[in-house]
Design a protein around this ligand. Structure first.
Ligand code: CA
Length: 190
C-alpha cells in the first residue's frame, strides 16, 4: 500500500473468478444482498507493512493484507473527503483499542434482513434500518464507521444516511465522498 496513509479505508471486492477456486459462500451472499461486489472493509494501520484492523468473525483483529485476501479479493484504498490526518490517527487509535472485541453476527443478520427488504421494496427501506448497538461487538463497516465517528468525522452525514448502522460496504465506493487512493486492480491515475 505505497500511497495509503494510516486511517485510510480498505475495500475488498469479491473477485468471482478467484472465488470459484475457493469456497466463500458468505461473500457471495453479501455481494448478492448488496447488489455489489464490495463485501468487506477495514482500516489501514501501517501501510508500509500492510497492517490493518478489521472485524472478521469471530472478532476484531489486526491483520496483514495478504492474509485477508485469501486469493478471493481485489482491494482498493479510499480516503474520505475533507478528513484530517489527526482524525485518521484518532480513528486508528480507536480501532486498535477495539481489537479482541467480538464479531457482531446478530447485527449483521439484522442488516441483511433490511437489505433483503430494500431489494424487494426499494431504497426508501434504508431509512428504516434498525441495527441496534449490541454490547461492544462489531461487523466490518460498523467498525470503520464507528472509528470515524469517534474521531469526529461522520460518514453517515456525508452520505445523507440517518442511521450510522445503515452504512454498507458499497456506500464507501461513493466517489463524491471517498477519493480513490490506490487499487490492486490498476495504478491510480493511469
Ligand atoms: Ca454492533
Amino acid at each position: 500500500m505505497a500511497a495509503a496513509r494510516p486511517g485510510d479505508i480498505l475495500l475488498f471486492r469479491l473477485n468471482l473468478e478467484k472465488w470459484l477456486a475457493y469456497t466463500r459462500p458468505w461473500a457471495l451472499l453479501i455481494a448478492w444482498f448488496q447488489g455489489n461486489p464490495v463485501t468487506h472493509t477495514a482500516l489501514v494501520v501501517d501501510p508500509d507493512n500492510g497492517v490493518l484492523v478489521e472485524a472478521w468473525y469471530p472478532r476484531v483483529r489486526k491483520s496483514i493484507l495478504e492474509n485477508v485476501l485469501e486469493g478471493c479479493y481485489d482491494w482498493e484504498v479510499v480516503r474520505p473527503t475533507g478528513v484530517t490526518e489527526e482524525q485518521q490517527t484518532a480513528a486508528v487509535e480507536h480501532a486498535l483499542s477495539l481489537v479482541g472485541r467480538g464479531y457482531d453476527v446478530k447485527s449483521l443478520w439484522s442488516l441483511a434482513k433490511w437489505l433483503l427488504l430494500e431489494k424487494v421494496f426499494g431504497p426508501f427501506v434504508r431509512h428504516r434500518i434498525d441495527v441496534k448497538e449490541k454490547g461492544n461487538e462489531y461487523f466490518c463497516q460498523e467498525l470503520v464507521t464507528l472509528c470515524y465517528l469517534k474521531a469526529g468525522y461522520s460518514i453517515p452525514d456525508k452520505l445523507d444516511i440517518q442511521d450510522p448502522s445503515a452504512v454498507v460496504p458499497k456506500d464507501l465506493m461513493n466517489r463524491r465522498v471517498f477519493i480513490l487512493i490506490e487499487s490492486s486492480m490498476c495504478l491510480v491515475g493511469e
